[in-house]
Ligand binder design. Structure first.
Ligand code: NAG
Ligand code: NAG
Ligand code: NAG
Length: 334
């Protein structure tokens, strides 16, 4: 293989070995990522064609089993959301973050579930998975993001920077903690939530309503609020069985973490649901690859107060997938 591929592979292997050291070696990691970033972006077109093809074959051989494995383990098109199809009356929903707690499926619950999976139309040709990283600020990536058939966003993000992040939203995840923090768990007035939801246009909201038992009620109230306001958008609940299968899959593949982030969950779902995936706004470091400092999110600089997710570690997997041609990690401006 040509030199620059070997160089990249060398950097990649180095990064993977660094997994365990990520948390203590963040600055070093950031520097090597910057180096790698330049290798990615300054890809010199000096690869001779037969070698490039050989490399491509090698890379594509590595991606196929993974998609098939994910299909077998997790099956996002059928299981990502709770539906009447996959959750019959009388069956039990097992909370994925609290497996000792189960919920018997009642006719009342069935009534608010969709009949069939909303993802049956997959695969989508092109998907943009849009993280909330500060690297998106001033990126001018908005129109490029909106050009994808399917756009996934996280945690009711700000819609204030359309030039940088676009407007289109096919899926927006909602962490129940946001329902509690920003909308008082919808215990009082519902209009603020309804208005916030309307700012995404017609979209599908995905809520992990059955991860922790304490989150189910607020999630139902969010769904009622949209239904009662005749919103065009729909709320779906993550199927806890999908989340626990996915978590087990990664655990069996050596990725041990208290809980996968919703970014990581949906990148994995996208691997099954999309033909071509581009990640934007995934860059868990406080320095831009070109050296200037970045806010934590593209819309604010509020740091997370929980240490439950290990974003830099998840990021190494995205880098790995990028080098295996499974998805494209977009860094920098458009
Ligand atoms: C890739 O897979 C094909 C078909 O499964 C196989 O014939 C080929 O040898 C593999 N190539 C490499 C480089 O492993
Ligand atoms: C996913 O589940 C659906 C419905 O049960 C099934 O038809 C389909 O074959 C499954 N896909 C995979 C990859 O197992
Ligand atoms: C974005 O651009 C504005 C105007 O040029 C500048 O003030 C701001 O610091 C930039 N922000 C980031 C995160 O690059």
């Amino acid at each position: 293989m040509p030199n620059n591929i070997i160089q990249k592979e060398y950097v990649r292997q180095g990064l993977l070995k660094m997994h365990k050291l990520w948390l203590t070696l963040l600055p070093v990691a950031a520097v090597s990522l910057v180096y790698m970033y330049f290798l990615v972006l300054n890809d010199r077109p000096d690869i001779e064609v037969p070698e490039a093809e050989a490399c491509q074959r090698l890379l594509s051989n590595l991606t196929q089993p993974q998609k098939a494995e994910l299909g077998r383990c997790c099956n996002a098109s059928a299981w990502l959301a709770v539906t009447q199809d996959n959750t019959p009356l009388g069956s039990e929903i097992v909370y994925d973050a609290y497996p000792s707690k189960r919920l018997k499926v009642s006719s009342g619950l069935l009534e608010i579930l969709p009949e069939k999976s909303p993802f049956q139309e997959s695969p989508y040709k092109t998907c943009a998975v849009v993280g909330n990283g500060g690297i998106l600020r001033n990126s001018s990536c908005g129109s490029k993001i909106d050009g994808h058939e399917f756009v996934i966003r996280f945690n009711l993000p700000s819609v204030d920077f359309p030039e940088d992040v676009g407007k289109k939203s096919s899926i927006v995840t909602v962490n129940p903690s946001i329902l509690h923090k920003r909308f008082h768990g919808l215990n009082g007035r519902r209009l603020p939530f309804v208005k916030a939801a309307a700012s995404y246009g017609k979209t599908w909201f995905l809520i992990p309503a059955f991860s922790y038992p304490s989150n189910s009620e607020a999630s139902y109230r969010a769904l009622y609020a949209l239904q009662d306001s005749a919103s065009q958008s729909h709320i779906f609940f993550f199927h806890p069985q999908y989340l626990s299968s996915l978590s087990k899959y990664w655990h069996d593949h050596g990725f041990h973490t208290p809980r996968l982030s919703s970014g990581f969950m949906l990148v994995n779902a996208a691997l099954e649901l999309c033909q071509h995936i581009t990640l934007y706004g995934f860059w868990p470091f406080s320095l831009h690859p070109d050296g200037h400092s970045l806010p934590h999110h593209y819309y604010d600089n509020v740091l997370p107060n929980s240490r439950i997710h290990i974003m830099p570690k998840e990021f190494t997997y995205y880098v790995d997938m990028h080098f295996h041609g499974v998805l494209q990690l977009h860094l920098g401006r458009c």
